[in-house]
Design a protein around this ligand. Structure first.
Ligand SMILES: Cc1cc2nc3c(=O)[nH]c(=O)nc-3n(C[C@H](O)[C@H](O)[C@H](O)COP(=O)(O)OP(=O)(O)OC[C@H]3O[C@@H](n4cnc5c(N)ncnc54)[C@H](O)[C@@H]3O)c2cc1C
Length: 447
């Protein structure tokens, strides 16, 4: 069950992103098209985003397992093809001190190291498979949006850099203005030197092509509408075919909807993230705002803004918000974001935007990502809930799932914050209410 408007799940419709206008089409032959007739495989994957495609790639390449992916829309249609392209860490709704408090220092260290490895995995996949991901920026900036929030960055520096050894730099407001940019909401920043920006749809399509080259069979436009268990076998039913498999991976993240993934969906909190992109900025406009960095930036708002200058000098500006997913509320969200963009970057207040789109990020009550199998059925695996930071965490999760299924890794070896199924949301039908309350609370905190 979900409370969002049906149009958010209409995979027959393009996302409307700038990336769709800026990426070459998927190589021919990669997408085998709608599943046809009665097919069989060893591992069936529901969802053709980074998680599903990476699991398929690693299962086929490293474990020679017969694997198929079923995706409702074109491959990469979900969040993977339409995100902001920040390849960063960590994928959690908890602060570092929150993670340490719950999981202890050692498990938090393993978690952080695994996610440094996850960012490196993206670079490796791009290199090994010749995927033109358009990497950008030698690090990302986490920017204090008020003077008082600088203290959070100092703590982040001490933990991320000091305790966990991630290369970081803390910059004062003046240093950021000198090297990167200035704005009404810039009061110093932490540079995470591991992270970078990329073109999300090129990455998704490149990963799909690589998976297909290694033998995975990928079916776009194959929405799984029904899922039955018949003896030891799963039977996934689409409009045009049936896929039988011994094992299933649910890789549907924020787009998970009952009846498929019914036992999971009540544990998930899908949240809308929205993006506007401007026309390319002129030299004068960049100078007027003092913008001179390729590093993607996000700020310390609880309802964070994230923004970056794209290679063709368009400005991408993202924010969370809207509880309905209705098209008319999307139009309102676009207006709000254009106004906020102009308030934060005053030199660009009259620059028109050319694109607006949105999609689901996925959270849960535990506030950490999830890898595992269903407690009552060890042949059903899941990898999801990256809390808005899945560009590296999702491909890494796909790789971990492939290793668990391929028998080269135990679930117990996965860092604790990732391990196991998230708890059921209490009274899942009240999720919109919880989210509304959280958004209101965060708005107050962000003032
Ligand atoms: C606007 C936006 C900006 C973001 N920005 C960033 C960012 O800058 N950095 C970052 O790290 N993360 C970002 N994220 C999050 C990141 O994109 C996701 O965490 C990541 O892409 C998740 O990958 P996935 O494969 O698990 O899920 P998805 O890419 O969402 O794929 C799930 C797929 O499952 C399919 N599906 C669902 N149900 C079925 C079914 N029944 N049958 C068949 N297929 C089904 C869907 O069509 C969908 O394509 C952003 C997300 C959004 C929406």
């Amino acid at each position: 069950m979900t409370w969002y408007h049906a149009s958010m799940y209409d995979a027959g419709r393009p996302a409307g992103s700038f990336w769709e206008d800026d990426a070459p089409p998927l190589e021919s032959g990669v997408d085998l098209g709608p599943l046809n007739g009665d097919e069989r495989c060893d591992v069936a994957i529901i969802g053709g985003g980074y998680t599903g495609l990476s699991a398929a790639y690693h299962l086929a390449r490293d474990h020679h397992i017969d694997v198929r992916v079923l995706e409702s829309g074109p491959l990469g249609w979900g969040a993977s093809g339409r995100n902001g392209g920040f390849c960063t860490l960590p994928p959690s709704g908890l602060s570092l001190s929150g993670l340490i408090g719950r999981y202890g220092e050692d498990e938090t260290r393993r978690f952080i190291s695994s996610q440094v490895e996850a960012v490196e995995l993206v670079r490796m996949l791009a290199r090994d498979e010749a995927i033109d991901i358009r990497p950008q920026g030698d690090g990302t900036l986490h920017v204090a949006h008020t003077p008082s929030r600088f203290a959070e960055l100092e703590e982040e520096r001490d933990l991320l850099g000091g305790k966990f050894g991630v290369p970081v730099d803390l910059l004062s407001r003046e240093e950021v203005a000198e090297t990167s940019y200035d704005s009404t909401e810039q009061f110093g920043a932490l540079v995470n030197k591991v992270a970078f920006g990329l073109h999300p749809l090129r990455f998704a399509r490149g990963l799909a092509a690589a998976a297909a080259r290694h033998g995975a069979k990928l079916h776009g436009h194959s929405h799984v509408g029904q899922w039955e268990k018949d003896g030891g076998e799963h039977r996934l039913v689409t409009k045009t075919g049936t896929l039988r498999a011994r094992r299933v991976i649910v890789a549907t993240n924020g787009f998970t909807r009952a009846p498929v993934g019914a036992d999971l969906s009540n544990r998930l909190m899908p949240v809308l993230s929205n993006i506007v992109v401007t026309r390319p900025l002129t030299d004068d406009e960049l100078v007027a705002q003092g913008w001179k960095t390729e590093r993607p930036c996000s700020n310390t708002r609880r309802l964070l803004f994230y923004y970056r200058l794209l290679p063709d000098r368009r400005f991408l500006f993202g924010a969370r918000g809207d509880l309905t997913g209705r098209p008319e509320d999307g139009a309102k969200m676009r207006t709000v974001m254009e106004r906020r963009l102009g308030e934060v970057f005053t030199a660009w207040k009259d620059v028109p935007t050319t694109h607006y789109w949105r999609g689901f990020v996925c959270m849960n009550a535990r506030m950490t990502p999830a890898i595992g199998h269903m407690p009552d059925d060890k042949s059903v695996f899941f990898g999801l809930c990256y809390h808005g930071d899945g560009v590296s965490a999702a491909p890494w999760t796909g790789k971990m799932l492939a290793q668990i299924i391929g028998g080269t890794r135990n679930l117990a070896e996965i860092p604790a914050p990732f391990r196991g199924i998230p708890p059921r949301m209490p009274f899942p039908s009240l999720r919109r209410w919880y989210l509304g309350a959280a958004l209101g609370y965060y708005r107050l905190q962000d003032k």
